[in-house]
Design a protein around this ligand. Structure first.
Ligand SMILES: [Mg+2]
Length: 309
């Protein structure tokens, strides 16, 4: 399956959680939400920070949402750190966050396996945080291709030919093992306009040599991740706004659930990239900076200008 495509069965489950789909979104670079909502779900890389730097407006936005008693969840596809690590990083950068306010694809892959394949033996092509979470959850891991049921393609900066051979053997020689992924991102944005190959590179390598397709994604834009986020918040999609920098993950997930969405132009998506997409991919709002997700009335009350941090 194309990892960007949604799984039909799971979509119907999320639609059951969501309110009826809102009217077609209208793209207006100057537009922004005109009211507060109960919950705010933020992507991290390219939305709240880039590398080790908070993006403009992130600190005062989170401070304001806390003082306004709104629910906040940070939602990341990036499985190279644990939710505890992300909470510590956010707090260190000046955005106070608890472990419960962070949900990433380490959490969702672990809960998907516990819920759907608790007795499977998996081969995680991943970094340490996912392996630690799987071990804690009691999921059996192995690099012996004769006993692997599920190959997990993830964002792994230690990916090499040995791991590819194990995946190949598990799927083609001794299998068929199933191929799943933590997240379908092609690259992770880095400061200075650079990027780093992400899980899509590992998915592509395995799909290329085996001919199988990745059959499950537990990150954005899959409804599985949104369901986990809404369950964590205790809210419905209609009462939240999804804020992110990527059209095909953050915004696509929200559109499919009938959820209001705000695209920030501080990460992957430039105005030119946005214009190259079809209106079906458009978010509800396009923001130049993340604090524009608050309505004008809040800016006026707090005497904010467009240059604060
Ligand atoms: Mg991002």
């Amino acid at each position: 399956m194309d990892p960007y495509r949604r799984n039909g069965d799971q979509l119907s489950r999320t639609q059951a959680l969501a309110a009826p789909r809102a009217a077609s979104p209208v793209v207006s670079p100057a537009g922004r939400p005109d009211r507060l909502v109960a919950g705010y779900i933020f992507d991290l890389d390219g939305t709240i920070y880039l590398g080790e730097e908070l993006l403009p407006g992130a600190r005062r936005l989170i401070d304001a949402l806390i003082s306004l008693d709104r629910k906040i969840l940070f939602l990341s596809n990036n499985p190279t750190s644990s939710p505890e690590d992300y909470a510590a990083k956010l707090t260190r950068l000046g955005v106070p966050a608890t472990r419960e306010q962070v949900l990433n694809s380490v959490d969702t892959m672990t809960s998907w396996l516990v819920g759907h394949h608790p007795n499977a033996t998996v081969f995680p092509i991943s970094e340490a945080p996912l392996k630690r979470a799987l071990a804690t959850a009691g999921i059996r891991m192995s690099d012996d291709p004769t006993e692997i049921d599920i190959v997990i393609a993830s964002y792994d900066r230690g990916f090499d030919y040995r791991k590819l051979q194990i995946a190949f053997d598990a799927i083609c020689t001794f299998g068929p093992a199933r191929l799943v992924t933590t997240n379908p991102d092609r690259f992770c944005p880095l400061p200075g306009g650079r990027g780093e190959p992400d899980a899509a590179a590992v998915i592509g390598a395995i799909e290329g040599c085996t001919g199988v397709r990745c059959e499950q994604n537990t990150g954005k834009p899959d409804p599985f991740m949104l369901e986990a986020a809404l369950e964590r918040l205790g809210l419905t999609a209609a009462n939240c706004i999804m804020v992110g920098d990527r059209l095909m993950t953050d915004i696509r997930m929200a559109i499919d659930a009938g959820m209001p969405s705000a695209l920030v132009l501080t990460g992957e998506t430039t105005p030119d990239i946005l214009q190259a997409h079809q209106p079906d991919d458009y978010p509800t709002w396009v923001l130049n900076r993340v604090d524009e997700v608050l309505p004008e009335s809040i800016w006026s009350e707090r005497d904010w200008t467009g240059t604060g941090s």
